[in-house]
Design a binder for this molecule. Structure first.
Ligand code: GLN
Length: 481
């Protein structure tokens, strides 16, 4: 009930596409009954969670923020949704996103943009306190409020609805998805914790695909502990997703803390680009210095192909999008165009009315890159660059680096007007700069808030680790939290 009230109180931020009140009340009641019989399912029993609207939920609208799927009610649930259900959680709703998760601001959804709670006129008590080393909480810092309605700070994206749902306290955790940074970017801008697990650790079954070779379900919560609880509930093999690892997930325990002595932390110099704000650079240095003081060895390292990552991503993304979006033909899923004079006309009308400009332009570019005459020049070359990016990370791990520390974004959350100065493609260039390489390599990454900027907005950093090394990464994040 408290969650549903909180959703109502903060609805001007537009975090939710669907509020599943009835389901939530039913699941909460069932959980209460289990509690009274002493048959609790585990730590997550009765805990309110929210789900990004690109995960299939049986019997509940799953729109991907698109007109194309504005009537799509899946007959099954994504594996991660079923596993959370089996763990006894209570689903409070489905969260807003950029159409088909293509974006970094949650400004491109047919249900309207999601606004960040930070800098909004929502009462300050509803903001999370940022956990800082030394116990200083954000309530002692200067938070500016009352931003003009029409020029709010963006929530980040594409999982902006999920991040805002957590930041407002409408739920304890939310599922996002992360293909180029879509879980970490909004978590960073909203001052909450965002995890992109290793590719293959968590099933993608029922997550509507963007780029199959990079998509992973992401987790957003207020603390590293909460993120870990959810990860333990959803990770592990799944017969419905052949890319999941075959061995059972060994639950991560945060009881045992990280031993910073002996931990080697790398600071990749290429992550500092000319667009990075001075404040972000300072926060980065600050975190490196406290880790160093805590006993870790902190050294500068090099990932030389970092700056090629975005160009490479945009080719691979658009090629996979061109192929993935072919399923929306007006016949099998979602809306159907009115012009049924021929099959071609039906396809054309469905697709030109169903998709926004961003989706259509990615389909066109992807088909261009995949033309016989361009295939080698773009697609195959991008695959090779992807291999180089992955090799950069392998070299670092082989040189005994355990964890990489970088910013998550180049600055604090921009205002809508600033963000809108660029088109979707250019937005990715700046927004995904620090997050995207982890998706290319498949490695895990977590982002967590460190302190507030002079404008009173969260500044967050990211930790990255080798494949399936979530445990040490989460423990280091816990230390930093
Ligand atoms: N901004 C990137 C894109 O639009 C990443 C999106 C994502 O991670 N889902 O493709």
């Amino acid at each position: 009930d408290a969650s549903l009230r909180r959703i109502e109180k903060t609805k001007s931020l537009n975090a939710f596409i669907t509020v599943t009140s009835e389901i939530a009340q039913k699941q909460a009641k069932e959980s209460d009954e289990r509690h009274s019989k002493g048959k609790r399912k585990g730590e997550l029993d009765g805990i309110p969670i929210a789900v990004k609207d690109n995960f299939c939920t049986e019997g509940v609208l799953t729109s991907c923020g698109s007109h194309m799927l504005s009537n799509f009610v899946p007959p099954y649930s994504a594996t991660v949704v079923s596993r959370l259900h089996d763990a006894g959680t209570v689903m409070v709703g489905k969260c807003n996103l950029d159409e088909f998760a293509m974006g970094s601001g949650t400004v491109d959804s047919i249900y309207g943009p999601t606004k960040n709670i930070w800098g909004s006129d929502i009462p300050f008590e509803l903001l999370n306190s940022i956990h800082k080393k030394g116990g200083e909480s954000s309530s002692t810092l200067n938070v500016k409020q009352g931003v003009l309605e029409e020029d709010w700070h963006i929530a980040g994206g594409s999982s902006g609805g999920s991040a805002v749902a957590v930041a407002t306290g409408s739920c304890f955790a939310a599922l996002g998805s992360d293909t180029g940074g879509s879980t970490r970017n909004p978590a960073a801008y909203c001052g909450v914790v965002g995890l992109k697990p290793s590719y293959g650790l968590v099933s993608r079954h029922g997550l509507i695909p963007l780029v199959n070779s990079m998509d992973v379900p992401g987790i957003i919560a207020r603390t590293v502990e909460d993120v870990t609880l959810v990860l333990n509930a959803i990770a592990g093999p799944d017969d419905h997703d052949s890319t999941t690892i075959k061995r059972p997930h060994k639950k991560i325990s945060l009881e045992e803390t990280v031993n910073l002595r002996g931990l080697r932390i790398g600071i990749p110099k290429e992550y500092q680009n000319s667009l990075m704000s001075q404040e972000m650079i300072e926060v980065w240095k600050y975190a490196a210095s406290i880790l160093n003081e805590g006993g870790a060895t902190v050294t500068e390292v090099s990932l030389p192909h970092t700056s090629s990552s975005i160009a490479c991503y945009s080719v691979l993304n658009q090629c996979e999008v061109a192929s993935n979006m072919a399923r929306y033909d007006g016949l099998r899923f979602g809306i159907r165009g009115k012009d049924t004079s021929s099959t071609e006309q039906l396809y054309a009308e469905t697709r030109s009315t169903g998709f926004n400009d961003v989706v259509r332009s990615r389909i066109l570019s992807g088909n261009y890159f995949l033309l016989k005459r361009n295939y080698e020049k773009y697609f195959v070359k991008a695959l090779k660059v992807r291999r180089l990016i992955k090799r950069d990370f392998d070299n670092i791990w082989n040189n005994n680096i355990d964890i990489l520390l970088t910013p998550t974004t180049l600055s604090q959350a921009p205002r809508l007007s600033e963000f809108r100065q660029h088109d979707n493609q250019t937005q990715c260039v700046t927004q995904d700069y620090c997050t995207q390489p982890a998706n290319m390599a498949g490695i895990p990454a977590i982002c967590l808030p460190i302190r507030l900027s002079a404008d009173g907005l969260p500044l967050s950093l990211q930790l990255m680790a080798p494949m399936y090394e979530e445990s040490v990464m989460m423990k280091t994040a816990l230390w930093l939290q």
